[in-house]
Ligand binder design. Structure first.
Ligand code: TIU
Length: 228
């Protein structure tokens, strides 16, 4: 076991790359591009573009180091059998889940809008995990996949910070995983929620986990490789 030290808040964390997964949450066209689910909810989707570059940095470093990579996608079956009526009905969106849009049906598996943005396309062999909820553990086989790979630490990026990233980190923390949010690899439609969401994770001595950033993660793996 070789431990790698990562600068983080509230304190540095030592992690074993062989027991670490990079989890990229919901970097889908539906959230990042006009005409998708995010915009239908009234959001300015351009705010999420900032996370793409840092996600690329984290992905490149993880691939180089042979770290398990997991991409998640929020969405539902075409027949909406797994979409809670309360989720479909909520609010007054311009389009509801399942409605046709310029990128296909909103938040439906198999549609163009449901897939991951080109810049962050999964590489062959990487896990793509479809989830019906906000948290990546809810009604998925994520926990089994992590157990099969002896994972104890999750490096997390993606969107949105206070919704799917936060829910996943809370779920992971309760299941005993050490969770690190890569701050710049996350983004929100609400800059204030992004900032405070990260603050919540690292407050109280790291109540849900740690906060670091993509280049520190990449740098830690690189210095690890040089030392080896
Ligand atoms: N609306 C919003 O901020 N987020 C979501 O609905 N899903 C995710 O965060 N992926």
């Amino acid at each position: 076991m070789s431990m790698t030290r990562l600068i983080a808040e509230p304190e540095p964390i030592a992690f074993d790359p062989a027991r670490t997964a990079l989890v990229i949450i919901d970097m889908q066209r539906d959230f990042l591009l006009p005409g998708g689910f995010g915009e239908s909810l009234g959001n300015d989707v351009s705010l999420l573009q900032a996370a793409i570059g840092p996600c690329r940095v984290a992905l490149a470093a993880a691939r180089e180091a042979g770290i398990l990579v997991i991409h998640t996608r929020e969405g539902h079956r075409p027949d909406l059998a797994d979409a809670p009526p309360a989720k479909i009905a909520r609010g007054a969106p311009s389009k509801r889940i399942g409605d046709p849009g310029p990128m296909g049906r909103i938040l439906i598996r198999g549609e163009i809008g449901h897939d991951i943005v080109d810049e962050l396309a999964p590489a062959p062999g990487e896990v793509v995990l479809d989830k019906p909820g906000k948290g990546a553990f809810h009604q998925t086989d994520l926990e089994q996949i992590l157990r099969n790979n002896a994972i104890d630490t999750l490096m997390v990026g993606g969107v949105t910070t206070e919704v799917c990233v936060h829910t996943t980190i809370r779920e992971g923390n309760d299941r005993g995983y050490r969770c690190v949010a890569l701050a710049d690899a996350c983004a929100s439609y609400f800059p204030e929620f992004h900032r405070v969401g990260l603050d919540m994770i690292k407050a109280q001595g790291g109540i849900f986990g740690w906060v670091s950033d993509a280049s520190s993660f990449a740098g830690a793996l690189r210095s690890d490789a040089q030392a080896a």
